[in-house]
Design a protein around this ligand. Structure first.
Ligand code: LHQ
Length: 262
């Protein structure tokens, strides 16, 4: 995809690697453009049935490249709003709206918008020495790229507010206890653990999993009666897939299902 955003597809799993390790994978504009391209490619390609985001080196991502911010400020470049709307916000929407599971394999520190990107994923697996840092307050900014939405929902308003207002750090163990991560594993086991889960998800009924994601994401802001109606509507779609027929046939024939993702 580019030098700073690596993109590889294998066995139905696309892996996006933030690759600027000397700067802890801090995001520059070309990198954000390449990330957008990778996310569009993962959505377009039917061979991709699961997406993994991870970082090269010792960080997941230190968030926005602050040298770029200063440069943009000095040169009277794009406003904060325009920058967010054309880069991070699109990436967050692409991840949350992608009808395929997205895993963050958080290999090290995830700070600022790097933490937000991890929080936008459907599942987070953290290396033992990974940390989430709400670094925004440290540079006099509000949490962006979805963190004000994700965090209160995931850990409750009070803890989320304190974390954001103090620029707090959450260790991997704390993240797991707070419900911000599904699993914490030794660093050397991270890639393997993420791959195993990604493969399992990629071999699942992709359409039904995608619709499940759509329904649950919508349910986060909706009412029960709306969720019931939406489930019924989506079941109409899932019920017509080849994977549904295969799942039923496999059960009746007492064999494992082989889902094709259709
Ligand atoms: C970096 C960065 C970085 C540039 C490490 N930038 N170089 C904001 C503005 C506008 C629009 C969009 O949205 C946002 C949202 C945000 O993301 S705001 C939050 C931005 N991120 C931060 O404030 C985190 C800044 N980084 C840190 O606090 C530390 O680097 C952490 C705690 C992540 C890691 O600390 P260390 O392990 O001690 O590593 P380090 O600080 O020595 O960093 C290694 C290198 O990476 C170093 O470069 P150098 O050339 O000196 O070796 C850092 O300057 C560079 N780096 N983060 N965000």
């Amino acid at each position: 995809m580019s030098d700073t955003i690596l993109y590889a597809v294998e066995d139905g799993v696309a892996t996006v690697t933030f690759n600027r390790p000397d700067k802890l994978n801090a995001f520059t504009d070309p990198m954000l453009a390449a990330l957008g391209k990778a996310l569009r490619e993962a959505a377009r390609d039917d061979a991709v049935r699961c997406l993994v985001l991870t970082g090269a080196g010792r960080a997941f991502s230190a968030g926005q490249d602050l040298a770029d911010v200063r440069e943009r400020d000095a040169s009277g470049g794009m406003s904060f709003r325009e920058h967010l709307e054309t880069t991070y916000n699109r990436a967050i929407a692409a991840i949350t709206e992608l009808e395929k599971p997205v895993l963050a394999a958080v290999n090290g520190v995830a700070a600022g918008a790097g933490a937000s990107l991890a929080l936008a994923c459907d599942v987070r697996i953290l290396a033992e020495d990974a940390r989430l840092i709400l670094a925004f307050a440290g540079v006099g900014l509000v949490p962006d790229s979805g963190s004000t939405w994700f965090l209160p929902r995931m850990m409750g308003y009070e803890r989320a507010f304190l974390l954001a207002a103090t620029g707090g750090r959450v260790s991997a163990a704390e993240a797991e206890a707070l419900g911000l991560a599904s699993q914490v594993v030794p660093g050397e086991a991270l890639a393997g653990t993420a791959r195993e889960l990604a493969l399992r998800l990629a071999q699942g009924p992709t359409k039904a999993i995608g619709l499940t994601k759509r329904a649950m994401r919508r349910a986060l802001t909706g009412r029960l009666d709306e969720a019931l109606a939406y489930e019924a509507q989506l079941q109409e779609i899932a019920g017509r897939t080849a994977d549904h027929r295969e799942g039923v046939a496999a059960f009746l024939e007492k064999r494992p299902a082989r889902f094709a993702g259709r």
